[in-house]
Design a protein around this ligand. Structure first.
Ligand SMILES: *C/C=C(C)/C=C/C=C(C)/C=C/C1=C(C)CCCC1(C)C
Length: 236
């Protein structure tokens, strides 16, 4: 899709939807990082590490977006950078759940379970997406780990701790749980658009490139997640 052609007066200006979303994604993630880092001193000491991690998540992603933006313009593959980014940032999101629920007595055990499941989710997803195995099968394994994460957060240990904490922590947890259920569901959709399996034909219904869908997912989830944490930190 050739949009923004009119602006293509100098070098590497994005001329299609995919590179445009890489470009705008880099900017948005960088801006969010600056915002979170500058907020560090404005929040109560007990929330400082949560805000720091929000900033690290968007900063790590911004750096990877900078590289993916380049790789995309050069016609290269972005899968590797994409998964390196995720394998660093998704576990940090699991740490956020732990830090928030610590007030209700969350243990490191809960954090490691979430990190373990997210690692399984991403490694199996990478195997399928990098063409190292049957994409539909590895996508299914990945989906099961995703389901286990969503279950823990919505109904399992994490949920019970949130209820115990009550108040602002419980409502922040509820919002983050929605991000995991709805926001994270954007990713398997992108995966189905970019790989082959029983879901072939989905491209006829949703005519978006896999990278565009992943880029939307990252902007929503990484920045949104951070803002929920920020909101909690300034409310208490
Ligand atoms: C900042 C990045 C985030 C929040 C990335 C999340 C990624 C996922 C929830 C990916 C999930 C996948 C499946 C559930 C099945 C297909 C393979 C994946 C890895 C795309």
């Amino acid at each position: 899709m050739e949009i923004f052609n009119t602006f293509n007066l100098i070098g590497d200006v994005p001329t299609d939807l995919v590179s445009f979303t890489f470009f705008i994604g880099t900017m948005a993630l960088m801006a969010a990082s600056v915002f979170f880092f500058l907020s560090l001193n404005a929040v109560d000491a007990k929330w400082r590490s949560s805000i720091l991690i929000s900033g690290l998540i968007t900063f790590i992603a911004a750096v990877h977006y900078y590289y993916m933006r380049d790789a995309n313009i050069e016609g290269g593959d972005t899968t590797f950078f994409r998964y390196v980014d995720w394998i660093l940032t998704v576990p940090l999101m699991c740490v956020e759940f732990y830090l928030i629920l610590r007030v209700a007595g969350a243990t490191k055990n809960l954090m490691w379970k979430l990190i373990g499941l997210s690692t399984i989710m991403l490694v199996t997803g990478y195997v399928g997406e990098a063409g190292m195995g049957d994409a539909a099968l590895w996508g299914l394994f990945s989906g099961l780990a995703y389901f286990a994460i969503a279950y823990m957060i919505w109904f399992g240990e994490a949920k019970q701790l949130a209820v115990k904490a009550g108040g602002a922590v419980e409502s922040a947890h509820r919002t983050l749980a929605w991000f995991v259920l709805v926001g994270w569901a954007i990713y398997p959709l992108g995966y189905m658009l970019g790989t082959e399996g029983w879901y072939d034909g989905i491209q006829d219904i949703i005519s978006l490139d896999m990278d565009v869908v992943y880029n939307i997912g990252d902007a929503v989830n990484k920045i949104g997640f951070g803002l929920v944490v920020y909101n909690l930190a300034v409310s208490k």
